[in-house]
Design a binder for this molecule. Structure first.
Ligand SMILES: CCCCCCCCCCCCC[C@H](O)CC(=O)SCCNC(=O)CCNC(=O)[C@H](O)C(C)(C)COP(=O)(O)OP(=O)(O)OC[C@H]1O[C@@H](n2cnc3c(N)ncnc32)[C@H](O)[C@@H]1OP(=O)(O)O
Ligand SMILES: NC(=O)c1ccc[n+]([C@@H]2O[C@H](COP(=O)([O-])OP(=O)(O)OC[C@H]3O[C@@H](n4cnc5c(N)ncnc54)[C@H](O)[C@@H]3O)[C@@H](O)[C@H]2O)c1
Length: 719
């Protein structure tokens, strides 16, 4: 819908109306067409202003329409009609002008933006390119290199930067509509020749070929296998080399290719999934819209190792006062320096003063007496954590929320150490905690709605995407990781190398293969957990039971490497070798290859040739199968939760939507059939046995992912 009013006698004002972001739905497009006709046909009207309702210009095409039979007027001729109008048209940009919204503004002859507005062409993050002339008009307006950068990254720019780049003509702090009307009055009757962007030539840098080559290399490196960034470069190249009309044809052709690709579907699914996880609920009745968080001004972090430091930085940067406690003096000294360095670097990047004074350090846990919320981040040791929770419960003022950053220990067991288990929740950060966007908020059986809501709110405050998950070993992310890692180990036993497995997973689009990732995060982390749960009995490392635990196949390969103090990057050796402890560049290690050969010989295993498809199938389908179990157990409320966790926390390629979406794309019956096949070949691997929810979904005709919840319909269950 669009509203038409006449202002100051001669300015026709068209207001886009489609809350919450005035997306260009069929009704809005129809409204613009009708209101433009009206403004152009009224002789009293000398100029036109287009603005958006509720302080937002326009969030672009209506993404919800993409999966439907799109009707209504097409956007491209609509924008062309505005540009070719004989009366000046001014875009009054408040809030946002994104995607099709900015393309609409680029069709106007002038653009005035409020100083707080954000502008951008973010289509690339939806697996698309700006398909309503954006790839052809923006380079003509702001130069090829600047347009390439904005279009291939999808970055939003501030009004100030937009002015500097030449995207807008004026920035105002006042009422944008009033300023735009004033401006429209001032330009009425003036020539529009220079203001029809499509009619201007595209300015060429002297080294235009090199510019495109570099841009292409950059996008290929950044987004392995993603189609949209590549198509964005190709479309801008068309602007540089073809007349406008032909450039538009090329833009359309490339857009069509992307629009019908699985990647665009995956990325659009992921866009809505990220928002869906914000509408969380728990079996205990906590809900995003009814559970009220309590304000947190002072927080404490216990344990200033890798995680505690990052968490301290994240909290302080968001303006919270932090009491940072570390009992080891040497660690405390190092942590003070480390946290200050991170705060300073972050502040330099963001152009703000560092929040150094927000952090108070102590080597005594008693310092937490006055805080509103504590996040414990000491070693992954249940007995140690239990002792700390007992202390916290006695020391903290009444009502203090007690949170743990455990990677997977039982939240209820920790809560049971306290006088008020309803105040206990898990806040599982990902390393580095001040950078990674994901936070798993783990509710226990007794966590109160307020405790969950408060942890979720802190997550948002520090810029995380928070996902509420149930309590089980490993929660969602690490629980799914286990069968994936296990298959990777089994593949090594059967003849693969870390290089082969990583290559296949990286070609699939993972930021890092499983072995490079475990070298980065440290092999000792999982080893400690396996030791704690009794999987790493030293006597079990040799003899016939070395590869069996609880009657099932087990690979001690990771344990054997740890016995050799090969913890990964931190020790300079792991699945790969590094030039020094802390080195980053993974190189194949002949020692490791010999070790694998000897290991196979020792256990009577005959290496076979393993093809790429088997690596992919076994790693991914084992992971996906566990995802279905998690859904069945009610640990995750829906497939979106698992997908968001996997993309944000574990490097799953965004353009494949997440593991559960991927399963739907591959076909649930195919996933089931492959799991059945591999389970038949490896009957001693329970993780390959298809889970009953997967069977149920296939039996229900493999419904689309947004209907899975109807099939699950099982109330959340706990451990
Ligand atoms: C054979 C095939 C031929 C193909 C022919 C097809 C022809 C089609 C021609 C099209 C031409 C191309 C046009 C254009 O180039 C394409 C686009 O414009 S794509 C869209 C680009 N825009 C965006 O990517 C913006 C996305 N939105 C955001 O980034 C944010 O939402 C925001 C606008 C910055 C606001 O952020 P917040 O304030 O944090 O709020 P939320 O994010 O929670 O959003 C609130 C609410 O709004 C929903 N929403 C947001 N944007 C859109 C949108 N563009 N369309 C629909 N809905 C949108 C969002 O989902 C939230 O709702 P909820 O999900 O919570 O219900
Ligand atoms: N490292 C990761 O990638 C990662 C990711 C997510 C979660 N976690 C979890 O976060 C927690 C911490 O992991 P980490 O990698 O930061 O460990 P770490 O070994 O780097 O740091 C732990 C710190 O806790 C300190 N500590 C021990 N006992 C203490 C006490 N009583 N009081 C105060 N400080 C004490 C230690 O001195 C050490 O500095 C663990 O539960 C781990 O499972 C780790």
């Amino acid at each position: 819908m669009a509203l038409y009013t006449r202002v100051s006698g001669s300015v026709g004002v068209i207001t886009l109306q489609n809350p919450p972001v005035n997306a260009l739905s069929a009704a809005v497009r129809q409204g613009i067409v009708d209101m433009m006709d009206r403004a152009l046909s009224e002789p009293e009207v000398k100029s036109v202003v287009i603005c958006g309702q509720n302080g937002k210009f326009c969030g672009g095409a209506d993404i919800k329409e993409f999966g439907t039979n799109m009707s209504g007027p097409a956007l491209i001729p609509l924008i062309d009609r505005i540009e070719s109008a004989a009366k000046p048209v001014v875009a009054a940009i408040e809030g946002i002008a994104l995607g099709g919204g900015l393309e609409l503004a680029l069709g106007c002859h002038y653009r005035i933006a409020h100083s707080k507005a954000k502008l951008g062409l973010p289509e690339v993050s939806l697996g698309l390119l700006p398909g309503a002339g954006g790839t052809q008009r923006l380079p003509r307006l702001i130069s090829i290199p600047a347009a390439l950068e904005l279009i291939t990254t999808g970055r939003h720019v501030t009004a100030a930067e937009a002015l500097q780049l030449g995207i807008v003509d004026k920035v105002t702090d006042r009422n944008t509509l009033d300023e735009a009307v004033k401006f429209a009055l001032s330009v009425a009757g003036k020539s529009l020749d220079l203001h029809r962007i499509s009619t201007n030539p595209c300015p060429h840098p002297p080294d235009v070929d090199a510019v495109f080559e570099t841009a292409m290399q950059r996008v290929r490196q950044r987004a392995r296998g993603a189609l949209a960034p590549v198509a964005c470069v190709q479309a801008v190249r068309a602007a540089a080399t073809l007349p406008y009309a032909h450039g538009m044809e090329r833009e359309r052709e490339l857009f069509k290719g992307l629009f019908t690709s699985g990647q665009a579907r995956a990325l659009q699914y992921y866009f809505f999934a990220q928002r869906a996880v914000g509408r969380w609920s728990t079996p205990g009745g906590a809900r995003w819209d009814t559970s009220k968080p309590r304000p947190v001004r002072r927080a404490a972090v216990i344990g200033l190792g890798t995680m505690g430091r990052g968490i301290t930085v994240a909290l302080a940067q968001a303006g919270l006062s932090v009491v940072a406690v570390e009992t080891n003096e040497k660690q405390l000294t190092e942590a003070k320096q480390g946290v200050s360095d991170m705060l300073e670097r972050g502040a330099r990047r963001r152009g703000v003063p560092p929040a150094l004074d927000k952090v108070i350090y102590s080597h005594k846990i008693q310092a937490v007496a006055d805080v509103d919320l504590v996040i414990e981040a000491v070693f992954e040791d249940m007995e140690l954590k239990k002792a700390i929770f007992q202390q916290l419960s006695a020391l903290c003022k009444p009502g203090t929320f007690l949170c743990t950053n455990t990677s997977g220990l039982d939240i209820d067991e920790l809560a049971a150490q306290t006088q008020n288990p309803e105040l206990v929740v898990g806040m599982h950060f990902f390393a580095p905690a001040h950078v990674m966007k994901l936070l798993e908020v783990v509710y226990g059986q007794k966590s109160s709605p307020q405790a969950v809501a408060t942890a979720m709110q802190i997550g948002s405050k520090i810029g995380k995407v928070s996902v509420a998950v149930g309590n089980c070993r490993g929660f969602v992310g690490n629980r799914i990781l286990k069968p994936y890692l296990e298959q990777a180990f089994f593949l090594l036993e059967e003849g693969a190398t870390p290089e082969l497995v990583d290559k296949v997973l990286e070609e699939f689009g993972f930021a890092m293969g499983v072995f490079r990732m475990s070298d980065l995060s440290g092999l000792d982390v999982g080893w400690r957990v396996r030791k704690a749960i009794g999987l790493v009995a030293p006597e079990a490392l040799t003899g016939p039971y070395a590869r069996v635990r609880e009657g099932h196949r087990y690979s001690p390969l990771g344990d054997l490497l740890c016995e050799q103090v090969r913890f990964g990057q931190k020790t300079g050796r792991g699945w790969y070798q590094y030039d020094k402890p802390g080195g980053r560049v993974a190189k194949p290690d002949p020692w490791l290859h010999r070790f694998l050969e000897e290991y196979r010989a020792q256990h009577g295993l005959v290496a076979r040739r393993i093809d790429h498809q088997e690596v992919l199938d076994r790693c991914l389908y084992a992971l996906i199968n566990e995802g279905f179990r998690i859904l069945e157990d009610g640990i995750a409320a829906g497939p979106e939760d698992i997908d968001v966790i996997y993309v944000l926390g574990y490097g799953w390629p965004q353009h494949r939507g997440g593991p559960m979406f991927y399963a739907g794309m591959v076909g649930l019956n195919k996933v089931l059939e492959r799991l059945e096949h591999y389970h038949q070949v490896h009957p001693d691997v329970p993780n390959l046995q298809p889970c009953s929810l997967l069977r149920k979904l296939v039996a229900s005709g493999s419904p689309p992912i947004n209907k899975w919840r109807e099939v699950i319909k099982k109330p959340h269950s706990q451990l």
